[in-house]
Design a protein around this ligand. Sequence first.
Ligand code: F3S
Length: 379
Amino acid sequence: MELGKHERDILKGRKGEGMKKALEILIILAEIHNAKRLIPITSAQISGVSYKTIGDAGLEFLKDMAEAEIKVNTPSTLNPAGVDFTSELKFPEDFVEKQREIIDTYTKMGILPSCTCTPYYAGNLPRMGDHIAWAESSAVIYANSVLGAMTNRESALSALSAALVGKVPDYGLHMKENRAPTLLVEVEYPIINEADYAALGYHIGQNYEGIPYFRIRKKPRAEDLKTLGAALATGQVSMFHYHNITPEASHYPIDKIEKVELGQKEVSEAYEKLNSTEDVDIIAVGCPHAGITEILDVIKADPKREVWVFTSKNLKELFKDRIDNENIKLIADTCMVVSPIEKMGIKSIGVNSAKAAFYSMNLSNLKVKFDSLENLLKE
Ligand code: F3S
């Protein structure tokens, strides 16, 4: 494995124990995947932020790292935490305290507490061809597929290590030859709304691995690509191509790859799996975090029942004085999955995201109604 002077110094312990540990983790990863070198990255997106998902063990590990006084070597942003500290919602007090400690610890390492899974809406916007180390699966697939940046799906630990060292092992989706489509998906039914995209992504994500290439007549909105990607990433998919839309779709031949035709049956099955109730306590949108268009969609719908909209703090700030409807709660820094929602009196939830439906059922034990925003708001 080729190492430069910077890395050799780190391994000799000249940059501190924490940095040495981070580089050792990257070298082990490189060895596992036969990577011959480490390559510089332009940004990192760190997961493992909510106290709900990392617990006390994760917090103690982070504190140990931060005590070594190390700082990240690349612009780095954080995934959603479990709390919006500025919200009127009542988060459990002990949880809030632990969450504050986690964010302070990351901040001490020089990581920006952006607390969003859409870092590309919040200033961490990689260019096409940039190598990055992102850990949030929905952001990874968006970066690879829609932005044309190059990242593997890092774990919380490997993304943090890459942020500290400023490099990642060169393997997987960092190499052009591994970004070619492996499955041609012909969609034989009309896709009408965002939930249809989510159901399609969920079906493929749960049943196939590799890199799907979608041939669909409908032209998606950018938000639909985000929803589709997040649903694909509930399985092992970290990149997709969309005919005539995504930037690398025309770079590879598709005539010899496996082909699958999907009809109404497969999508209906996905809807069935993602639905477990008809009545819900609240509707929650913004998985991944809502962008401007999706927030405007909710405002325009003028909901007569409570809708929690999860977004990044910059968009919450932008919209906070522009919403008159008291049923709309704008919440930043967290989401319906990584907040302790099940301890806040919520037992059932309506969502238009397959990822939110999947994890609300499996992580938070909530009853779920999955459908488009328009249908969820129908009385
Ligand atoms: Fe983001 Fe939470 Fe969904 S982190 S992708 S809104 S599960």
